[in-house]
Design a protein around this ligand. Structure first.
Ligand code: GDP
Ligand code: MG
Length: 457
């Protein structure tokens, strides 16, 4: 989906003039991409209409002032905003508070990934200083408690359940009462999601809800079920009235559009995405960064958060880094530090996808191959002088009188020789760095793209 949307928007940049024909063609491509990824037909039609109306209104109010660049911005902003609207119902989800037993109940059909997600959530909050635990209220499936026990043990999270008690409501009530008494901050209640009859499942949800009085009920939705997600979410909304959605299996070939439609149908925000089977495969979700990332602008916020997460030893340094990133002032040295951080962070493919401007081929092949490519990038920067590292790369280029680069300096050859790489590889690295720096500047800088479109609101 992202690649198609990105392609559609870049074709907008290539068009010499932005007229109705170009806008129609762009909208056609955007809509086709959305439909293909299982977004509800009605939503797509609405988006198309809204973008058209917005662009028309903006142009009539004189926002274009005859300038092609401004017309482009108007169109980009309208598309961006409407895409954000798709995943943003405008509702603030519940946020767990410290010093209070926050009860979170997970609902959703069996197989959607509830039990896995409960453990991921517990780990997520535990890492942020909340004492977290899991209550297994799935008495339907024989191995359910064993699954919870194993994954909770692995995650070093407290758990509660029973091999003998058959009433899920009793277990849920007992578990929550016990953990409240023990002053846990986040108490996650996992449910079965299956019954002999659907009506009984929904009754069970209601009863467990009444017994544990959750602060937040989360619907766990499987991205891979496509369009069926919407109907499922509607049905659960009626009985379990959840206040947030977690979409799982976003790492697979799932298109995710069904889940997007579920947000609109239930007016409920997505709070996390499940992106793998491991404990840490849980990404925080917010509409704007999600769409930016989808459009290839990189997930700046996600990256900044991730870096803050891993660098607890040196919080000041990380803050400075985040600021530089936002201001578009990242030097080659800073960039290299990021790459090194990435290498220390584990599963490369995941993290690399968050860094704007990191070469796409880094993500191809295995994680080992990607790490090897990163190592070569580090070798190259190892051969740079301190001044070069602290620069924005412009000293590697010859500059013409008009302020445009005309070629490369001897520095490139020196670095290639010193690092045992080729001129081509050094050139590539510089190119990638500039792309990253430009994108960071565009997305976050004072006159950046994101800022510009926000100002226009
Ligand atoms: P439940 O029946 O709703 O409790 O679902 P489970 O938590 O038992 O998960 C069902 C299957 O989905 C398991 O094989 C999980 O490993 C898998 N799963 C859950 N979340 C994800 C995810 O985000 N990505 C992938 N690839 N698999 C997932
Ligand atoms: Mg389960």
């Amino acid at each position: 989906l992202g690649r198609k949307l990105n392609a559609a928007l870049s074709s907008l940049n290539r068009a010499p003039v932005v007229d109705d024909k170009v806008l129609d063609a762009l909208l056609k491509e955007v809509c086709a991409a959305l439909l293909e990824s299982d977004v509800n037909v009605k939503l797509v039609a609405q988006l198309r209409q809204k973008v058209k109306t917005k662009v028309k209104a903006a142009l009539e109010s004189g926002a274009d002032k005859g300038k092609e660049q401004n017309r482009r911005h108007v169109v980009q902003k309208a598309v961006f905003d409407e895409l954000v609207q798709l995943v943003d119902p405008g509702v603030e989800p519940y946020k767990p508070k410290k010093g209070h037993p926050n009860v979170i109940m997970a609902v959703g059909l069996q197989g959607n990934g509830k039990t896995t997600t409960c453990t991921k959530l517990a780990v997520y909050y535990q890492r942020r200083g909340f004492k977290s635990c899991i209550v297994c209220a799935d008495t339907f499936r024989a191995g359910a408690f064993d699954q919870t026990r194993q994954s909770a043990t692995k995650a070093k999270v407290a758990y509660f359940g029973s091999y003998t008690e058959t009433d899920p409501v009793t277990i849920a009530a007992q578990g929550v009462a016990k953990f409240k008494k023990e002053r846990f901050d986040v108490i996650i209640v996992d449910t079965s999601g299956r019954h002999k009859q659907e009506s009984e499942l929904f009754r069970e949800m209601v009863q467990i809800g009444e017994a544990v009085q959750p602060d937040q009920t989360v619907m766990v939705l499987d991205a891979s079920i496509g369009q069926a997600a919407e109907a499922q979410a509607r049905a659960f909304k009626e009985s379990a009235n959840f206040g947030a959605i977690i979409v799982t299996k976003m790492d697979g070939h799932a298109k995710g559009g069904g889940a997007i439609s579920a947000v609109a149908a239930t007016k409920t925000p997505i709070i996390f995405l499940g992106v793998g089977e491991h404990l840490h495969d849980l990404d925080k979700f917010s509409p704007q960064p999600f769409i930016s990332k989808l459009l290839g602008l990189g997930d700046m916020q996600g990256l900044v958060e991730h870096m803050q997460d891993i660098a607890t030893q040196n919080p000041d340094k990380q803050k400075e880094m985040a600021k530089k990133l936002e201001e578009g002032k990242l030097s080659i040295r800073d960039w290299r530090e990021q790459i090194q951080n990435v290498m220390n962070m584990g599963p490369l493919s995941k993290i690399a996808s968050m860094i704007p401007g990191l070469p796409q081929d880094l993500l191809q092949g295995s994680d080992e191959e990607g790490t090897l490519r990163m190592k070569r990038m580090i070798y190259i920067t190892d051969s740079m002088t301190a001044a070069e590292l602290d620069s924005d790369g412009s000293m590697f280029m010859e500059w013409g009188k008009d302020g445009k680069p005309t070629g490369l300096t001897w520095r490139v050859q020196r670095v290639a020789r010193g690092s045992g790489t080729s001129v081509r590889e050094v050139e590539d690295l510089l190119c990638q760095y500039r792309m990253m720096a430009n994108m960071a500047k565009q997305a976050g800088g004072k006159n950046g793209w994101l800022q510009a479109i926000q100002k226009m609101q």
